[in-house]
Ligand binder design. Structure first.
Ligand code: AHG
Ligand code: MN
Ligand code: MN
Ligand code: MN
Length: 330
């Protein structure tokens, strides 16, 4: 008998009022994700949803229509869940919803914006953090906690299937939206990233901008069976981190978005609070690791809501190998 997300949340999040609110927040996020998926699936709107607006977000990305539509739907979900503070890629500042609330929600409403009009998987990434009295005077401070304090984190994938990858701090679980059931049901009970990696994901068009250590790691993978790794590697780059991450969770491998020499890319492209931190939480709970190349992502205290970080994640052994390359002065 397949178990529902609802039953899972009931069993995992019933110990205290804060955990029950975490469960309620996840339920509201799920309801919003179905609306986003339905919006995407409505083909007549797809051209319009991928259209660029005349606006940029705080991170300097040109906003597309669907970035903004998804942001609104998840803000409504945060309101329905009684969240204290809402921090989004598409909002310059943290939004105060309920000053007495116990939770902060950080969100990348639409991950993989460049893929919207091309019918490639895209997603939503979220992180749920505790709010304490120390954060009350300054909402953004609730987002500047190390990711190890997350109460729950996960991401939705709007792909051939509508999936939820979720960790409430006890393993990483995958749920699939079933229209016949009318909700999310368990697809993978507890994910475990395969140890041995033979696939890497990186935007290789930035090769000329990388530090020598990253070039050297990728050169060694590309050399395949004739090189120091003595085996062949395959490469994938989807351009939607949610989809690359899901593949790595089920099939193994490693993902890198390192800092590089381009202006504004000293710490790469990905944002710490609502991209790296929740992905790191899910990856670690699936037995993998996530670092900025050298340091554990979940230990780092971000210095702003939209701070960027270099990001490496995947199977433990491969992520540790990359740290050895990074530590080498080259
Ligand atoms: P977003 O669409 O939320 O701005 O994030 C896109 C991110 C991530 O999903 C992906 O891995 C990366 O940016 C792609 O970057 P490139 O365009 O450099 O390939
Ligand atoms: Mn963006
Ligand atoms: Mn993103
Ligand atoms: Mn986004």
């Amino acid at each position: 008998m397949t178990s529902s997300l609802d039953a899972y949340l009931g069993s995992q999040c019933d110990s205290d009022p804060t955990r029950r609110q975490v469960a309620e927040t996840i339920r509201q996020l799920c309801a919003a994700s179905v609306k986003v998926r339905n919006t995407i699936t409505n083909g007549s709107a797809s051209e319009h949803l991928g259209a660029s607006r005349d606006a940029m977000n705080a991170g300097g990305d040109v906003q597309k229509e669907l970035d903004v539509v998804a942001d609104r739907l998840f803000l409504d979900a945060a309101k329905a869940a009684g969240i204290a503070y809402f921090g989004s890629e598409e909002q310059d500042e943290a939004i105060v919803i309920d000053r007495d609330g116990a939770l902060a929600l950080a969100i990348d409403p639409l991950d993989g914006s460049s893929n919207i009009e091309t019918n490639v998987s895209i997603g939503t990434i979220f992180s749920i953090l505790p709010v304490t009295d120390a954060h009350r005077g300054d909402p953004k401070s609730a987002f500047l906690q190390p990711g190890s304090r997350q109460l729950a984190a996960g991401f939705f994938i709007y792909g051939p299937q509508l999936l939820l990858v979720l960790s409430v701090g006890n393993g990483t679980h995958v749920f699939i939206f079933s229209s016949s059931f009318g909700g999310f049901v368990e697809l993978i009970g507890s994910v475990s990233i395969p140890e041995r990696a033979s696939e890497f994901a990186i935007n290789a068009s930035n090769y000329r901008h990388w530090e020598p250590q990253i070039r050297s790691y990728i050169d060694d993978c590309l050399a395949g069976a004739e090189g120091p790794r003595e085996r062949d590697f395959n490469m994938r780059w989807i351009g939607s981190m949610v989809a690359d991450c899901y593949r790595i969770l089920v099939r193994g491998g490693v993902f890198l978005y390192p800092g590089d020499a381009r202006k504004g890319y000293a710490k790469g492209r990905l944002r710490h609070v609502y991209e790296a931190s929740p992905v790191a939480f899910c990856v670690e709970h699936a037995g993998g690791s996530a670092t900025d190349g050298l340091h554990r992502i979940l230990d780092i205290v971000p210095d702003s809501l939209h701070a960027r970080t270099s990001l490496v994640f995947g199977g433990k052994r491969e992520v540790a190998r990359i740290a050895r390359y990074m530590a080498d002065p080259a």
